[in-house]
Design a protein around this ligand. Structure first.
Ligand code: CTP
Ligand code: CA
Length: 235
């Protein structure tokens, strides 16, 4: 039995989506960054708009001209670069949001004190180490604080399997740690996940139990995420 989704099942809802990857300055010309293109976050925003939501997209260093279609469809776009900027934009928008989806790849660490001038190389001398400090965990804070009553908080987990566990084992453990309502777990590496058009995910709840799986275009994955959100927020 195929049930048609209501035309606008997010009508009247405000959703906040973070997308892309944050950058932490090393000096005025260099940064620590990551391979996130922002495509999955953009697909989430476009899908939410199609389902009737008011959308705020917090966009961190998106690839190419991904923002044009989102703006054309009526989303509010806030461009940020560092984790501190992303955190304040997401938290500002979250005060009125029914749903916050943290699809952005947030830098875990930042250089403690980036110098105001470019770091110069000195012939024959090895470079000074860059001291890092941990960034706040925006998702865990949102999950703990719930800036609006009844707000649904969704995270993404980019995992590679390793000696300590599979992609899904790491994802389930992360879901229990973060306190979010849903965590979208996907495998990443050089060829999958980042920068590609297709994605394959398992959506788990806060206890780590599987609530949905989806594979296909980032739009298909986006709609599966909104399906999971509407199924927990309508009960
Ligand atoms: N996240 C965040 N703030 C951070 C780090 C991550 O809000 N400082 C969010 C991401 O946006 C994502 C989720 O937390 O929704 C999971 O990110 P991930 O990097 O997979 O998890 P970490 O807890 O940082 O664990 P690790 O990188 O060690 O696997
Ligand atoms: Ca991380």
């Amino acid at each position: 039995v195929v049930e048609a989704r209501p035309a606008a099942d997010l009508a009247g809802r405000h959703v906040v989506v973070s997308a892309g990857g944050t950058r932490e300055p090393i000096d005025p010309v260099r940064f620590i960054g990551n391979r996130s293109s922002g495509r999955q976050g953009v697909a989430l925003a476009v899908a939410a708009l199609a389902r009737g939501a008011r959308v705020t997209l917090v966009a961190a260093n998106l690839a190419g001209d991904l923002l044009a279609p989102v703006r054309a469809r009526g989303a509010e776009v806030v461009e940020v670069s560092t984790t501190a900027e992303l955190r304040s934009a997401v938290r500002g928008a979250a005060t009125t949001a029914d749903v916050v989806v943290m699809a952005a790849a947030v830098a875990d660490f930042r250089p403690v004190a980036p110098p105001a001038a470019k770091i110069k190389k000195v012939a024959g001398r090895s470079p000074a180490p860059i001291e890092l400090v941990e960034n706040p965990d925006v998702l865990a804070e949102l999950a703990a604080e719930r800036l609006r009553v009844g707000q649904v908080v969704v995270g993404f987990a980019a995992e590679t399997g390793d000696d300590d566990g599979t992609v899904l084992e790491h994802g389930r453990a992360k879901a229990r740690r973060k306190g979010a309502d849903l965590l979208v777990v996907n495998a990443v590496g050089h060829a999958v996940g980042f920068g590609t058009d297709d994605n394959e995910v398992t959506v788990v709840d806060g206890a780590g139990a599987t609530v949905a799986t989806a594979a296909g275009s980032k739009r298909v994955v986006a709609d599966a995420v909104w399906d999971a959100v509407t199924s927990i927020s309508s009960t």
